[in-house]
Write a new protein. Structure first.
Length: 299
């Protein structure tokens, strides 16, 4: 009898069971069954299972209506990294993500699109195994929706309609109207921009999440701690959430490292860093690189 090698499961394997373990089926002939039994499919729990030699069905990779999936995914990922630097960028990221999810893709394609084009922002569902947005990205999107509701836009659709009416809308969508200098923002976009700034400016990310996630029934003030009627999460769920947060934190560092690496490679010539010769900034950059190089050698 032949020895079968284990088949690795993809984190987004749609054959995963509820327990997260995918079912595997062996060829009848490999299990010692008589010749001609290849066409007999074994059944587990009355469900036909695929043979190892059967080609896995490849689902169509979701594509945006406007195209440019790779560039769009890069921009989304970059905004995700930049979101660590300020609340305006967090809301811009949330608006960008909502525009892709609700306007560019068909219903149900969001998770699969992220997994295919921006895997750093996706994770597998613990039950179904299907891809979905990372918990941190979901948090940014939900916070953004709360901000829009506080600005009088009760649905994402109403926000998309409002942006479509902006002059030069192509330069103001994807949350860009929040990031442009004031002089470049048309009058039609200023009211929404100012409302958002009034809600987010001067607050920490934690303060903003508390304000919109744990407000009282009448919306008068935020509440700390567990929501009323909530029994909390089991320990293993909290542990899984902590592991996901740690993975996302490390992923953010990887993205930043890749960004710095690309910048250094691009600027390492006379037209780049050469123009900073004999400056204090270049000296500090050299010292920082030397410190990082010394640490990396000891890893």
């Amino acid at each position: 009898m032949k020895t079968l090698n284990p088949v690795p499961l993809s984190p987004f394997d749609t054959t995963a069971t509820a327990s997260g373990v995918g079912a595997r089926v062996c060829e009848p002939q490999q299990l010692g069954q008589p010749e001609g039994a290849e066409n007999n499919l074994e059944r587990v729990e009355n469900r036909p299972l695929r043979r190892l030699t059967e080609p896995r069905s490849t689902a169509r990779t979701p594509r945006m209506k406007s195209g440019n999936d790779a560039l769009t995914a890069h921009e989304l990922t970059q905004l995700f990294v930049d979101a660590q630097a300020g609340l305006r960028k967090i809301i811009a990221l949330g608006l960008f993500a909502w525009e892709i999810k609700e306007h560019e893709l068909k219903h149900g394609e969001w998770g699969a699109w992220l997994a295919a084009h921006a895997p750093e922002l996706a994770r597998a569902d613990s039950v179904s195994g299907k891809p979905k947005a990372s918990s941190q990205l979901i948090g940014y999107m939900e916070l953004t929706r709360s901000i829009l509701e506080a600005c009088g836009l009760k649905t994402i659709g109403s926000y998309l309609e409002a942006v479509a009416k902006f002059p030069n809308a192509g330069n103001l969508n994807r949350g860009q109207f929040l990031l442009l200098p004031d002089i470049n923002v048309p009058a039609e976009a200023r009211p929404l921009r100012e409302k958002i700034f009034q809600l987010v400016d001067g607050k920490t990310q934690r303060q903003l999440f508390l304000e919109f996630k744990q407000s009282t029934a009448d919306g008068s003030r935020p509440q700390r701690g567990r929501l009323k009627g909530s029994e909390g999460c089991p320990r293993h769920v909290r542990a899984e959430a902590a592991n996901r947060d740690e993975l996302e934190r490390v992923t953010a560092k990887k993205l930043k490292a890749a960004e710095i690496t690309a910048w250094l490679m691009e600027m390492s010539d006379d037209a780049g860093l050469g123009e900073l010769r004999d400056t204090e900034e270049l000296l500090r950059l050299d010292e920082a690189m030397e410190t990082a190089r010394g640490y990396i050698k000891h890893l």
